[in-house]
Design a binder for this molecule. Structure first.
Ligand SMILES: [Zn+2]
Length: 416
């Protein structure tokens, strides 16, 4: 008995050692899966491409490149980034390709179509390679925002920018002063803005609201919202009711117009960012609202660090996500574990994205896209390889899942 146990322990030990040595020899990504992934031209669900015009500042409604200092994640630190792009090589390519330079950048990172989250498109960032995702936050903060802006220096800068964008939306709607009632504001400013965006080719409206408030957009009473609107300087609690109401109006209208709603769901830039407020679980009442079931909510950045909390939300019929930003700041090994969990649950709602963004001179949208795209592909490869090796999926299914995540899911969601 003792002898046989010793034997079986020895057998177990040698089996373990054998499996460890096999693991060491096996590449993290199965070569066939890697080459399949390599060959797929991606649709990038979320990024901020920059025009060739050096004065372009419309790449983000709330640029994060001039905030109060924080402890930067390693990837954002000077000197930590190595890419094939240098100032000289980028200048040479700009010279050579002119307005086709941004499309050339997409070719370098294996992206066929990039959803461009920008205030406006431009000559060098246009369909078919770039598709527009404008911003809707300014519409839900129509009143005096000075009290919200006073919370910290980041919010002060952000609300000033939102006030400016809302003034632009009012001007574009030929409205000179804030309409007297909430109903007038919606019919004369909100609806025309969304319709103009749709006519301009927008696939979705983006909310960066997590930089401005928590994502708990609760059901709100119209009469209460109207009272807050008419008060002009309501209490913070009453203003929240108005914002909640307007958010739901925008979301419903987006559904009617066939546009998705993109929401920043992740810890964001800046030392004052409200991480808890960005938890995607705050979105549950929206996702569960029967009147919003026609609106596709895309949880941009996949909720990091709440990546487990977001998983069950994917079973809501109107919920989708991408893994942008994570592909830049999280290692492929870490992201792979998250991706595997999502792919095991609702794989048709998971989308590739880079969040290519002009963080600094050294880490431009070219560099961040160049770092993020292969990281995202490697993470996907690792997740599929682990599923294949565990016998959870076949090779055929692995190829299918790779195509879904890299492009087919986005094509279905936006009707591309
Ligand atoms: Zn972004």
């Amino acid at each position: 008995m003792i002898r046989s146990r010793a034997l079986s322990q020895a057998t177990l030990l040698s089996a373990l050692l054998l499996s460890l040595s096999c693991t060491r020899e096996q590449p993290a990504v199965d070569p066939q899966i890697a080459s399949a992934i390599e060959g797929i031209k991606a649709i990038d669900n979320h990024a901020h491409p920059v025009l060739t015009d050096p004065a372009d500042r419309e790449f983000d409604a709330l640029p994060v490149d001039s905030m109060e200092a924080q402890s930067d994640p390693v990837v954002y630190r000077p000197g930590s980034v190595r890419t094939p792009f240098t100032k000289q090589s980028k200048d040479a390519a700009r010279q050579k390709y002119g307005d086709a330079y941004p499309a050339w950048v997409l070719d370098q990172i294996g992206v066929e179509t990039m959803l461009a989250n920008r205030e406006a498109m431009g000559k060098s960032v246009m369909p078919p390679r770039f598709r527009w995702v404008p911003y809707a936050d300014a519409l839900i903060f129509p009143l005096d925002n000075s009290r919200l802006a006073a919370k910290n220096s980041d919010r002060k800068a952000f609300f000033a920018l939102e006030d400016k964008l809302r003034a632009r939306y009012l001007a574009d709607a030929s409205v000179t002063a804030l309409p007297a009632t909430l109903a007038d504001y919606i019919s004369r400013v909100v609806t025309p803005t969304l319709e103009r965006h749709k006519a301009g080719g927008a696939l979705a409206e983006k909310f960066e609201a997590a930089y401005l408030r928590a994502l708990d957009f609760d059901p709100a009473d119209e009469a209460q919202a109207d009272r807050a609107y008419r008060a002009r300087t309501p209490s913070d609690a009453d203003y929240k009711i108005l914002q909640d109401y307007l958010f739901r109006v925008v979301a419903a209208e987006c559904g009617g117009l066939g546009m998705a709603v993109h929401l920043h769901t992740a810890a964001g830039a800046g030392g004052y960012f409200d991480v808890a407020g960005a938890n995607p679980l705050h979105l549950q009442s929206l996702l569960n609202d029967p009147s919003l079931r026609k609106t596709k909510f895309v949880m941009v950045h996949g909720g990091w660090p709440f990546t487990r909390e977001i998983t069950p939300l994917l079973t809501k019929p109107n919920a989708y996500l991408d893994f942008s930003q994570q592909s830049l700041v999280v290692s492929p090994a870490t992201l792979a574990a998250t991706l595997r969990e999502w792919l095991e649950q609702v794989p048709e709602k998971v989308m590739f994205a880079t969040d290519a963004y002009p963080y600094s001179n050294e880490l431009g949208w070219e560099e961040s896209g160049w770092l993020s795209a292969p990281n995202g592909r490697e993470a996907l490869g690792r997740a599929l390889t682990a599923m294949l090796r565990d016998g959870d999926i076949t090779r055929t299914r692995a190829d299918e899942l790779a195509r879904m995540v890299l492009r087919d899911n986005a094509r279905t969601i936006y009707g591309l």
